[in-house]
Every structure is written in structure tokens, then in C-alpha cells.
Ligand binder design. Structure first.
Ligand code: ARG
Length: 565
């Protein structure tokens, strides 16, 4: 719809397209039309009053009959040109386009040939999968999907925190207090307990000695480390399987052990390192970025050193146009330092690296999130609780549902609750994690979106495939109800929304849109009879169009659509 107006204004009135797009508004009330073009900005340039300009524009536009087929009226109102759409023309155009393109509706090719490499999830082995890692998995995935929806390629890398002095401590501790049996039963819990103990000051030397052994490739140490890594990953995979997360590469800091040493040499060669208290740093103090510790006294490389090596590798291996990192806000300085060091090393692409930040999860009392069981949050507690809450909701609606179906549905609904509960907030804001609210089938929740989708599917099922198909050819509509047109407008704005979300790397734009779309569909369904009405053909097509756009929106968020709910 917007494009119709942009076309008219560029063609009939000779205004530049970007400017029209930027200025076009949706008026606060429908009495003022469906769109309004404000003329203030042109006033200076044309040396005329905005209302004179508005009047002249209307004359120009109206003289071109072909262009105004889609409008019922174009009027000047003070400094604005108000556009009233010819609702049935527009409805026909929008609905038939969606039904023609199906899942391809809204897909564009603007990112064709463009590769992003996304660092997402990236939990630390031998530790619980954190809330931050959950946010990273969810947000990173949605940004990737949006990029792909617009024709680009996304490489997903899970970069495990699997190297560093802490593993020396862990091996030392495991040899002292560990039990193979407990390790295999509940690896993360067992390793966490050992880690807490081994972190005490008394054991510092022991930890350091074992890390040195590990770095030197000691067989026994490596074997234990490998086992810790494997068992941790198995735990993490449970979460990934629930969320449906897939990675192109499960990498980790350990992959860049050797390359980090090469990076140190490279930095030396480029004269970027200075000695400070026996360690090596890149001094960014006069840029306000502090000292970047690259190599410790004992020769050990650091988190940032490995990240330097990993970035260089990613750029080369995947011919990446943009390296993205979906990581918590608290690492903002780290990424600023990383990108700046890469730039100083002469990598032109460092300018295209992006840290996509997220805020914290908070409890309803505003404190940092913790589970009922204690200070450490175990993701499995959260997912178990979510799924069991979902089961209760489903059971109260479908007491007869078979167990297997109940399980399946509860998983999909539970994950939708978590994913949407997260994505509806602007990612950089801290957000309140409120499961009881997230899981509700009504209100601004993931399950509500799934429910609306399922409802559309059920209407189409009831009408029977044949009917829906037959009606496709004749989208004849005489009178469009208000709620019908509101829904059409939402469907029509899908492309704009995707492009906005993509440009600002902000999935909350799609999430909130999906909610508005679902709400508008439910308003329509309340007001307008579909099956058996005079307009059955058109309305079934509209339900079909809604269903397609909703499915695409859910896909962009990483939420599974459910046919029956
Ligand atoms: N493992 C890190 C953590 O949990 C996150 C890693 C993010 N990715 C990166 N390339 N630094 O804090």
C-alpha cells in the first residue's frame, strides 16, 4: 500500500522516492485517510507554504487517472495530503499477492551474495548454560533468519568457552575430589561443585600447574578435558534440541590455542604490543579503551587473544561480509577492544564487525534472575517448568489429548513462550522473566500467536480445501468492514517490518508486529462471519493470507507454528 503512494508521489509529482518513504505517515485517525504526506519539509526548498504545496500536489496527482485507481480520494488538509485507499482494490491486490507467493511472500533478494557469520549461544563448558546464552541463542537465531529471509547467507557458529586457566583448576580438583560416576550422571552439577572448591586460594598453584600440563598436551589432562567438553555439550544439546537450534560449526576457544600464539607474533611484528608489568598489552588508553591484555606474564594467551585469532579465521574461511557477535551487554568493552585491535592490525573488514548486545533477565522483583532452587540457574529447571506449565494449559482445554501429542505440543508451546517472552523486548533492555505470564494463551505471548495461527488453520480446514481453493479465483468484494481492512493493512506492512528489523538488527520489531497482526486477525474474526457469509470466498482468502504471513513471522522469530491448538 505504501508503495502505491510512493509511486504516485514520485511519478505524478516528481518527488524523490527515499524522501517520500521517509516522510509518509499513518494518520492518527482513519477520518484523515489511510496515509498522509506532510509538506513541511518541502516548504523551504520550494519557497511556498506547506498548504499551498499540499493543494498543488493533489491537483497533479488527480490529473493522472491511471495512478489513482487504488485511491477513493486524495485530499489536501492543511499542510498534509491525505490518501484514502480504494479499499476493495487494495484488498484484492494484497490478498492475491500473498496467496500467489505463499511462503515466499515478503522474501527479497537484497542480501543476495552477502554472508554474515554469527557467533551465538557460546556457553562455557563445565558450567551451567546461562540465561545470557539462552538470550544469545534466541536473538542470534532470529537475526540470522531475517538475513536469510532477505536472500543472504548466515553461518552460525557456537563458540564454546572451552579453554583457559579454569580448566587447570578443574582437572586438579577432579583428580582430588571427582567421581566418574557422578560426572556421568550429572556432569554440570558435579563439575560446578568441584570448580567452586578448586577456586579457593589454597589450590591456586595446583590449578596453574595443571593448566600448564594441559597446554603442553599432557595425555591424561587432555583426556579429562575432552570428557568434560563432550559431557557438557551433551547437556547443552538438550536445550538446543528443544529450541530447534542448529549450528554450522561448533567451535570453541580451544580451537585457537595455536593461532592465538601466531596472533601475538603478528601483533609484535606490527609493533602494536608494549610490555606492562611483564605482560604484553595493546595500549588503547588514549582512545578511552584501556589496556588490552594480550599475553600474561607466564606466556598464556587470553580470551581476547583467541578472539583475535578466531575473527581472522572466520573472515577468511567463510568470506564473511560481516562478523556478528550476539553476546551480553557486559562484554561491550571486550568487543570494542577486539574490533579496534583488528583494525590496528590493518584488517579493513574490522569496521564491519558488530557486537549485538543483550541485557539481563530480571526476576519480577527487579533483581538478577535466579531459580527457586538457588543462586545458580539451571536451564533444565526453566525448560522443565515451562513445559509442565504448558501441559497444564493444554490439558485444561483438551482433557482427552493423547500423551504423545500432549508432550509434543507442550514442548512447542513452551519454547514459543520463552522465545517470544524474550524477543518482544528490545534486546538491549533488561527484561523481566515471568514464566507464568509468558505461557498464557491470551495476551501478549508466544502461545497466543500460535493459537491465532492454529485458529486460521482450523477455519480453512472446516471450510474444506476445495472451497478455499475455489474462492481463490474470485476475490470479489463490495463492502469491506473496518476490522477486515485493518487486517489487510497489517498483512501489507509485513515487508516494511522485516526490512526495519533487519536494518536495526532488532527482532522485537517482528515480535511486536506479530502480536498486532494476531490481534487484528482475532478482531476480524469476532466482527466478521467467515464460513457461510456472503463474502465467504474473499474472507477465506483473507484468512489464508493471514495464515501465511503469520507463519512467516513465526519462522523469523524461531517459533514453530502449530496446526491445532
Ligand atoms: N563464552 C563466552 C561467555 O560465556 C561468550 C563467548 C562469546 N563469543 C566470543 N567470540 N567471545 O561469556
Amino acid at each position: 500500500m505504501k508503495s502505491l503512494i510512493t509511486d504516485v508521489l514520485t511519478k505524478s509529482a516528481g518527488l524523490p522516492k527515499d524522501e517520500v518513504e521517509r516522510l509518509l505517515e499513518i494518520p492518527p485517525s482513519s477520518e484523515l485517510g489511510d496515509y498522509a504526506f506532510p509538506c513541511f519539509a518541502l516548504s523551504k526548498q520550494l519557497k511556498k507554504s506547506p498548504s499551498d504545496i499540499a493543494r498543488e500536489l493533489v491537483t497533479k496527482i488527480s490529473s493522472n487517472l491511471d495512478d489513482i485507481r487504488h485511491f477513493s480520494d486524495v485530499k489536501a488538509a492543511g499542510p498534509y495530503v491525505n490518501f484514502f485507499m480504494n479499499k476493495s482494490e487494495v484488498a484484492r491486490k494484497v490478498v492475491s499477492e500473498v496467496l500467489k507467493l505463499k511462503e515466499k511472500y515478503g522474501r527479497e533478494a537484497e542480501n543476495k551474495g552477502k554472508t554474515i557469520v554469527m557467533d551465538l549461544s557460546s556457553p562455557n563448558i563445565a558450567k551451567p548454560f546461562g540465561i545470557g546464552h539462552l538470550r544469545s541463542t534466541i536473538i542470534g537465531e532470529s537475526v540470522c533468519r531475517t538475513h536469510e529471509f532477505l536472500g543472504g547467507k548466515a553461518v552460525r557458529i557456537n563458540y564454546l568457552g572451552d579453554w583457559g586457566t579454569q580448566f587447570g583448576k578443574l582437572i586438579f580438583g577432579f583428580k582430588k575430589w571427582g567421581s566418574m560416576e557422578e560426572l556421568k550422571k550429572d556432569p554440570i552439577v558435579h563439575l560446578l561443585k568441584i570448580y567452586v572448591e578448586a577456586n579457593k586460594e589454597d589450590y591456586e598453584d595446583g590449578g596453574r600447574a595443571y593448566f600448564r600440563k594441559l597446554e603442553e598436551g599432557d595425555k591424561e589432562c587432555l583426556k579429562l578435558w575432552k570428557l568434560f567438553r563432550e559431557l557438557s555439550l551433551k547437556e547443552f544439546d538438550k536445550i538446543y534440541s528443544l529450541l530447534g537450534s542448529k549450528f554450522d560449526l561448533v567451535s570453541g576457544e580451544s580451537f585457537y590455542n595455536k593461532a592465538a600464539k601466531e596472533a601475538v607474533n603478528e601483533l609484535k611484528k606490527k609493533n602494536l604490543l608494549v610490555e606492562s608489568e611483564d605482560a604484553l598489552i595493546v595500549d588503547l588508553k588514549n582512545e578511552g579503551l584501556g589496556a588490552v591484555l594480550i599475553q600474561k606474564k607466564d606466556g598464556a594467551a587470553l580470551y581476547v587473544t583467541r578472539d583475535i585469532a578466531a575473527a581472522i579465521d572466520r573472515h577468511k574461511k567463510f568470506k564473511a561480509d560481516i562478523l556478528m557477535y550476539e553476546v551480553g551487554q557486559e562484554q561491550a568493552l571486550h568487543f570494542k577492544q577486539l574490533f579496534r585491535v583488528l583494525e590496528l592490525m590493518g584488517f579493513f573488514w574490522a569496521k564491519n564487525c558488530v557486537h549485538i548486545k543483550h541485557g539481563l533477565y530480571l526476576d519480577s522483583d527487579g533483581k538478577k534472575f535466579a531459580t527457586r532452587k538457588g543462586k545458580v540457574v539451571f536451564m533444565s529447571d526453566i525448560t522443565d517448568e515451562t513445559i509442565s506449565l504448558a501441559k497444564n494449559e493444554i490439558k485444561s482445554r483438551f482433557p482427552e489429548l493423547k500423551n504423545k501429542e500432549l508432550e509434543e505440543r507442550a514442548k512447542k508451546i513452551g519454547m514459543a513462550a520463552i522465545i517470544y517472552g524474550d524477543l518482544k523486548n528490545y534486546r538491549e533492555n533488561d527484561m523481566v522473566f515471568d514464566l507464568d505470564r509468558f505461557i498464557k494463551f491470551e495476551g501478549n505471548t508466544g502461545p497466543y500467536l500460535q493459537y491465532s495461527y492454529a485458529r486460521a488453520s482450523s477455519i480453512l480446514r472446516k471450510a474444506g480445501d476445495g472451497k478455499a481453493k475455489k474462492s481463490k479465483g474470485k476475490l470479489i468484494i463490495s463492502n469491506i468492514e473496518k476490522s477486515e481492512f485493518a487486517l489487510i493493512k497489517f498483512i501489507d506492512s509485513f515487508k516494511d517490518i522485516v526490512s526495519k528489523a533487519h536494518n536495526s538488527l532488532d527482532p522485537s520489531i517482528i515480535a511486536n508486529y506479530s502480536y498486532d497482526l494476531a490481534k487484528s486477525f482475532n478482531d476480524f474474526y469476532q466482527e466478521c462471519q467467515v464460513i457461510g457469509s456472503d463474502c465467504e470466498g474473499f474472507r477465506l482468502s483473507l484468512v489464508g493470507a493471514f495464515r501465511i504471513v503469520m507463519k512467516n513471522s513465526l519462522w523469523l522469530l524461531g517459533i514453530q507454528a502449530i496446526e491445532e491448538m
